[in-house]
Write a protein that binds this ligand. Structure first.
Ligand SMILES: Nc1ncnc2c1ncn2[C@@H]1O[C@H](COP(=O)(O)OP(=O)(O)OP(=O)(O)O)[C@@H](O)[C@H]1O
Ligand SMILES: [Mg+2]
Length: 178
């Protein structure tokens, strides 16, 4: 049994994602696991594929508007087309003040009724929710990367999804890998 303080949940699912289209598909599958109020934290270097994953997530949730890099805005709200939750896409790169600043944004949406996806949020927005899905995207190296000379080697990513908190305890993340 893990204690509530134990955030290293035994649910990490390392996935190999071979193309941008596969990353988008992963986002669509992720959407199927999400409920209103969920927080998804995306980590990974510049160009890792955080926005690409979010694009698929928006498609899976069925929200309005194209998901793009939220340049010039810290957060963009995508309202639902149907009955599902809105998607709030946050680029925390320019967010220095953490939670307070996020609340100051005065987004015209109910955060508890939305799915919030945050890029570059490590150490900044964890307080938004004790429960969160942590997604770490890394460029695959070594055994996960295709053999040298393979034209697509640069496209391979390793994605680790970890559920943190009571919300994710016992949630089966294996559908993400199919
Ligand atoms: N396996 C892959 N997964 C995701 N993106 C890929 C993959 N292979 C190639 N790409 C390309 O890498 C780029 C990823 O860009 P994206 O904007 O999604 O990254 P990001 O992590 O959001 O970057 P930033 O930190 O600047 O916000 C896209 O041009 C995409 O087509
Ligand atoms: Mg991005």
């Amino acid at each position: 049994m893990s204690t509530p303080q134990d955030t290293s949940a035994p649910q990490a699912t390392p996935l190999t994602v071979k193309s941008a289209e596969d990353m988008r598909e992963l986002g669509r599958r992720l959407a199927a696991l999400l409920r209103p109020g969920d927080l998804v934290l995306l980590s990974g270097e510049l160009g890792a594929g955080k926005t690409t994953l979010t694009r698929g997530l928006g498609e899976g949730l069925g929200v309005r508007g194209a998901v793009t890099s939220p340049t010039f805005v810290i957060a963009r709200v995508h309202p639902p087309l149907g009955a599902g939750p809105a998607l709030v896409h946050v680029d925390a790169y320019r967010l220095s003040g953490g939670l307070d600043e996020m609340e100051d944004l005065d987004l015209d949406v109910s955060l508890p009724e939305s799915v919030i996806v945050v890029e570059w949020g490590d150490g900044k927005v964890e307080e938004l929710s004790e429960d969160r899905l942590r997604v770490v995207i890394e460029r695959a190296v070594g055994a996960d990367a295709p053999a040298e000379g393979d034209a697509d080697a640069d496209d391979v990513r390793s994605v680790t999804v970890t559920g943190v908190g009571a919300r994710w305890a016992g949630v089966d993340l294996s559908p993400l890998g199919r």
